[in-house]
Ligand binder design. Sequence first.
Ligand SMILES: NC(=O)c1ccc[n+]([C@@H]2O[C@H](COP(=O)([O-])OP(=O)(O)OC[C@H]3O[C@@H](n4cnc5c(N)ncnc54)[C@H](OP(=O)(O)O)[C@@H]3O)[C@@H](O)[C@H]2O)c1
Length: 279
Amino acid sequence: MKSNRFPKTALITGASSGIGMELVRQLSCHKDLKDLRIIATARRLDRLEKLASEFPDGKVIPFAADLASPDDRERLWNFALQNFSQLDLIINNAGFGTYCRFEESSFTVIQKIFQVDVEAVFDLTAKSIAWMKPNGSGQIVQISSILGEVGLPYSATYTAAKHAINGLVKSLRPELAGTGVSVWAACPGRTVSEFRETAGEGRTSVRGKHAESTEAVVAGIVRGIVRGHSRPLLYPTWKPWLVAHAAWACPRLWDQIMIRYGRKFAAEDMPEVSITQTK
Ligand SMILES: NC(=O)c1ccc[n+]([C@@H]2O[C@H](COP(=O)([O-])OP(=O)(O)OC[C@H]3O[C@@H](n4cnc5c(N)ncnc54)[C@H](OP(=O)(O)O)[C@@H]3O)[C@@H](O)[C@H]2O)c1
């Protein structure tokens, strides 16, 4: 960002839990962001209102929207236009995935993942660019994943969705060069949140055990925002950085590890995919 580096207005999606909720908290308390006002959105309004009540009136503005719905996205956008004279920061954080054999995924679930994790991000990113460009400044942060760069068995749809986000970022950066609008993707590894619960995964033993704290992951992202991160990807902690670089440096070894990992889970029952998103 340029001279007025620190954002004064922000829109954060997926603010009702996990990484999004912690982003609202850390940004709202940041010493350099005292003037920041945030529109916090998700479907669960009660949680957003509770979050907003932690801060002085008007600092965090809750707004309920289902991002899978183009009409709701339009409503959200009009609300932002009414409340902010300009948009300095958008964090496209809302997202979900499932763990299942790809051939057993229902098409409804595949579509829903793409609606929330890809369509909504593309739509809000295009709207943000159109708003930010005439002002000559703005920061667009996509909460992607290490799975935007590497593959993972039993997470094919989610992984493909996150690859789409990283592809979007890598292509938009040269397109936006010189406009003052920056776009980058944060790529966390496994993080403590409600993600696995939403994905319908009952097991927490193996895949839950190496999860990093939400606070540490979000602290890395907030550092990137405040400094105006200047690269396409940001690994908020060293773990996903190491995994991505090991996968690129040793692709054959990485394939072997993934095959072993896949076999381990193939031996177990896959969880039922019954997610709130399909209602
Ligand atoms: N946790 C991890 O291990 C991990 C790792 C890498 C990347 N990520 C990414 O981090 C982001 C946040 O996930 P999280 O881990 O914090 O999971 P989470 O705790 O399940 O939070 C997901 C958020 O997305 C919102 N959301 C989901 N579907 C929505 C919809 N249709 N419309 C509007 N909001 C919706 C949820 O709010 P409502 O249900 O109230 O709508 C919730 O606030 C996601 O993009 C995820 O892919 C997570």
